[in-house]
Design a protein around this ligand. Structure first.
Ligand SMILES: O=C(CO)[C@H](O)[C@H](O)COP(=O)(O)O
Length: 231
């Protein structure tokens, strides 16, 4: 049996001040691996939000969710110069933008996360050529609020979520209203990164919420194998 890869938890921080975001991240840091400076923070407070988050958490992977659609080199340089380790681009952006994001991220020894919002299955297959990227299957805030959708409820990423043993494939992230309830379905699709925002940041006890999410992921990761079975 092949070894299961660790599943990382990415804490998404949105709709709060930079200081609130840092305080929230400090409460739950032991249960999360990556810290996302959400698009709303970058839009409201600028790239300074990324810089301050990296200063507060120099040993954590910081994801700048800048959702680049154009001006890729400039925006990705801003993110990596501010201390980001990962920056995001929309998968629906022109190929030139994707290429420039990939090139810029590699130059900084960072990583590109490609957000698959409103991206067709054919385009997803096309984007799988970026084997050193993370492809993020994302149910947007508006789809959550307007249509009641949540990640894990549709099968739109299932076909691409499992790694192909014959050739390298990008890592898979899943985002969008993930909760303890929807987590088991999502975990069955073998993601590398689980992105959780509101289920932690809006919880009455964020630390407990993050711990429960981590515990459920850890439980799922323990292979249910009888060591005597192969004897
Ligand atoms: O990218 C995002 C919004 O555009 C969020 O990071 C993502 O949706 C996770 O947050 P939540 O769990 O609250 O949906």
């Amino acid at each position: 049996m092949s070894e299961q890869q660790p599943v990382r938890v990415q804490l998404a921080l949105d709709r709060m001040t930079i200081q609130e975001a840092i305080t929230m991240a400090k409460q739950v840091e032991q249960h999360v691996d990556w810290i996302e400076v959400g698009t709303s923070l970058i839009k409201e407070f600028g790239i300074e939000s990324v810089r301050q988050m990296k200063q507060a958490f120099p040993h954590k992977i910081i994801v700048a969710d800048i959702k680049t659609f154009d001006n890729a080199k400039y925006e990705f340089e801003l993110c990596f110069e501010a201390g980001a380790d990962v920056a995001t681009v929309m998968g629906a952006a022109p190929d030139a933008t994707l290429e420039l994001c990939m090139q810029t991220a590699r130059r900084y020894q960072g990583q590109t996360m490609i957000d698959l919002l409103s991206v067709s299955p054919d385009r997803i297959q096309d984007l799988e050529r970026y084997t050193d990227a993370v492809l993020c299957h994302h149910v947007s805030k508006d789809e959550q609020e307007h249509n009641g959708q949540k990640a894990g409820q549709s099968n739109r990423h299932e076909a691409h979520a499992t790694s192909n043993a014959n050739h390298a494939t990008p890592q898979i992230a899943v985002a969008g209203g993930i909760t303890l309830t929807t987590l088991p379905t999502i975990l069955q699709q073998s993601p590398s990164v689980i992105i959780v925002g509101s289920a932690i940041t809006q919880a009455a006890q964020p630390q407990q919420a993050a711990q429960q999410i981590r515990e459920q992921i850890n439980q799922f990761a323990i292979p249910n194998v009888n060591p005597l079975a192969s004897l």
